[in-house]
Structure formats: structure tokens, C-alpha cells
Design a protein around this ligand. Structure first.
Ligand SMILES: [Zn+2]
Length: 399
């Protein structure tokens, strides 16, 4: 009981802006460094991710962390399709990557070609959902018309979520059809959210804000440059501090990688997850000056945005027995927290969650400590799947 309360108190200690515990200056220093241009969005170009890893190693060392081998790095490799550059002009206007358009992460290289354009008829597409017959006819017609052409998928005017979702995947059906190096231009009112792919497709897709769509637009100046790296070398950065009791281990984790840079557009990833990494470093600083109750291992993971790859590698190559881990707390997106925090796995480890709520209401740290069930959406997941008790905490509210 005492133990549980202590661990929980320590969790809340992470999140409060108590000057004694939380060194805001150091937090900002780490945040500013990780989001600086020289780290190129901590991704796959200009060695951004590995430069960030080197910086963290140095900070681990400065704060006196011990390591499991002669350094803090745990290297691993994975395939990644790197979008190096993408350009697009519509009616002579150059669109900006990241805000006006993005490309599907599995895209292959493509450049302006002599291929004709085919525009999908969205009216017929929507009508095709009315009957099986109409669906069949539409698919046959579309398949015939799209052959060996660049494809325009206009914005879709519907409120039906399932149809919207289906439309997003529509481009996939063209993938196996054509050997030509062609492009799809899909217009959408959705927020443009970049991600990463570990494979390269046979087709390239531009995803464009619908405000650039018009019936007679001219789109003859476009390019995507990608490179599939079959074994990108990344590293988890791992160190620890001895506690007053070293039989059990507490782990705090955060991923430090982000999406990187496409052309001149940098994705700095301040929220996701320079903030969590800065929180991790702030805790390291605090506990290096105030001996923790338990041996505490700090893990900064790489490759999260490509599919939680760093944490996944770790649990299959652990540096000590996973059974020793009393509890793991993963931090991914540590914003202002003015609306409180969300606790993923709170419903699974209900007693620990209840302790958090109790301590919070007693001390009035946060507006709310919200509960969620399990969700495989960050680095805690591979640990949880291996039976390690864990929370994933993120803040709610402002940036
Ligand atoms: Zn994240």
C-alpha cells in the first residue's frame, strides 16, 4: 500500500509546476534544442534523429546517469520510405508542403509526365453506394478510364463518415493496376496529417487542401523524390539512476523522434514529442539531485512515428528482465495541461489510477485526471503487451 502510494505520488510530481521539482528553464532549454532547425525535425534527413540522440546521450552523461553498457545507445535498424522532397504547382501557384499539401508516405518518386489526366466523377461515385449493381458498374467504368493516366480525386461532398473513409482508401485500388510512374491528386477538407511508411508503393499520391481545387485547374508541374532505405540505423537512449531500493525498477519513457523534414519544410514536433522528452530530461535532472525511492530507468525511444519501433525493439532485446519493472510511465505530448491529463491504461490499473485521482484532488494540481482504457498508440504499448504494468500520460488543453 505504502509502495503504491509512493509510486503514484511520484507520478503526480512529474506534472506539477512546483518550482522545486520542475526546472522550467531546463525544460525549455531541452525543448528549444530538440526543435531547432539543426535537428531537422528529428527524422530521416540531415541525420536529424541521430543528432537528437547524440544530444540526449550527452545530457544523460551530464546528469550522471549510469548505463547498461559502455554507452547509453541501443542501436537497431528498420526500413523507411524517406520523402526527400515534394513540389506542386496549381495554376502557376507554388503550394507549400505541410500546409497546402502533403504526400502519402508510401509514395515513390514521380515527376511531371506526359500522361493524360483522369478525373473521378464524384457524383457517380456517391451514387454507386445506392445498390450493388451501381457499385459494380462504377468500379468497372472507373477501372477502364483510369488506365495509364494521372488521377484527380476531387473533394467529396458527403457527411457520411464511412463513405469519406472509403474514399480516402480509394487510391489503393490503383496501386496494382499500372506499371507507369503516375500520380494521384486527392483533394480533401481534412486536416493534413503527415506520417511515415516502411514500404514503398507503386504509385504516388498528393493529398491537397480542397481550397485549391477547381474544375479547370492546371497541374503540370509536380514532383516527389523519395528513397526507400531498407535499414535505417536508429538508437534508443537508455540510462538509469540507483534508488534507495534497487530490487524493483520504475521506468519513465518518451520518444524523441519526429517526422523530419520534406524539402524546406521542417516538422519540429514540439508537442509530439519534444515536450515529453523535455519532461523526461527534467525528471532526470531532478532525480539526479534527489535520490529516487526505486532504481529508475529512463528510456528515450527512436522510431516511434514509424510504428513504435524503438520500444518494440527494446522489449524484444531488453537490457534487464522486464519482470523487474514495477511500473512504466510513458510521456507523449506534454503541453500546458490546463485541462488536465489523460491516463491511458487507467481502467486496467484502476487502483493506481484511483491513487492519482486521490492525490490530485487533495493537492489541487490539475483540473482533471481523466481515465482511458488500453490503447496501442505510443511506446508503453509493447511493454504492456509483454505484461509490464504501465500508464501512458498525455496532457489535455493548450499547447
Ligand atoms: Zn508521439
Amino acid at each position: 500500500m505504502k509502495t503504491r502510494l509512493f509510486v503514484s505520488f511520484w507520478l503526480i510530481g512529474i506534472l506539477i509546476t512546483n518550482a522545486q521539482i520542475f526546472d522550467k528553464k531546463y525544460f525549455n532549454e531541452v525543448l528549444d534544442t530538440l526543435t531547432s532547425n539543426s535537428f531537422a525535425g528529428r527524422g530521416y534527413v540531415e541525420d536529424g534523429m541521430n543528432k537528437a540522440g547524440d544530444y540526449l546521450q550527452n545530457e544523460f552523461k551530464k546528469n550522471g546517469l549510469k548505463s547498461f553498457s559502455d554507452n547509453y545507445a541501443q542501436s537497431f535498424t528498420f526500413p523507411i520510405n524517406i520523402i526527400k522532397n515534394a513540389t506542386l504547382k496549381i495554376d502557376g501557384k507554388e503550394l507549400k508542403y505541410g500546409t497546402d499539401f502533403i504526400v502519402k508516405p508510401s509514395s515513390r518518386s514521380v515527376s511531371e509526365s506526359k500522361l493524360a489526366f483522369y478525373t473521378l466523377n464524384t457524383k457517380e461515385y456517391l451514387e454507386s453506394f445506392q445498390s450493388k449493381e451501381k457499385t459494380k458498374n462504377f468500379i468497372i467504368k472507373d477501372d477502364k478510364l483510369q488506365k495509364a493516366k494521372n488521377i484527380i480525386l476531387p473533394p467529396l461532398a458527403t457527411d457520411v463518415d464511412s463513405i469519406k473513409k472509403y474514399y480516402k482508401q480509394w487510391a489503393n485500388i490503383y496501386e496494382k493496376n499500372e506499371p507507369e510512374n503516375r500520380a494521384i491528386f486527392r483533394f480533401t477538407s481534412d486536416k493534413l496529417t503527415s506520417s511515415l511508411s516502411q514500404r514503398q508503393s507503386t504509385i504516388s499520391e498528393f493529398i491537397i487542401s480542397d481550397k485549391y481545387y477547381s474544375k479547370n485547374m492546371k497541374m503540370n508541374d509536380f514532383s516527389i523524390k523519395t528513397e526507400l532505405n531498407p535499414s535505417f540505423l536508429a538508437k534508443n537512449i537508455i540510462g538509469y539512476l540507483d534508488g534507495k531500493n534497487n530490487d524493483s525498477v520504475v521506468v519513465i519513457s518518451a520518444h524523441y523522434d519526429h517526422l523530419g523534414k520534406v524539402g524546406t519544410t521542417i516538422f519540429p514536433g514540439a508537442s509530439d514529442n519534444a515536450s515529453g522528452t523535455a519532461m523526461l530530461m527534467s525528471l532526470i535532472k531532478y532525480y539526479s539531485e534527489n535520490k529516487p525511492e526505486y532504481k529508475t530507468v529512463f528510456m528515450a525511444f527512436a522510431g516511434e512515428e514509424a510504428g513504435i519501433l524503438g520500444a518494440d525493439y527494446y522489449v524484444n532485446h531488453p537490457l534487464f528482465d522486464l519482470k523487474q519493472i514495477k511500473f512504466l510511465v510513458n510521456l507523449d505530448i506534454m503541453g500546458a495541461g490546463d485541462q488536465g491529463i489523460q491516463v491511458v491504461n487507467g481502467k486496467i490499473f484502476q487502483k493506481k489510477y484511483n491513487d492519482l485521482v486521490k492525490i490530485n484532488s487533495k493537492n489541487n494540481y490539475l483540473k482533471e485526471v481523466k481515465i482511458r482504457g488500453e490503447s496501442c498508440n505510443s511506446d508503453h504499448c509493447p511493454f504492456y503487451m509483454k505484461g509490464v504494468p504501465s500508464f501512458f500520460i498525455y496532457t489535455l488543453g493548450g499547447k
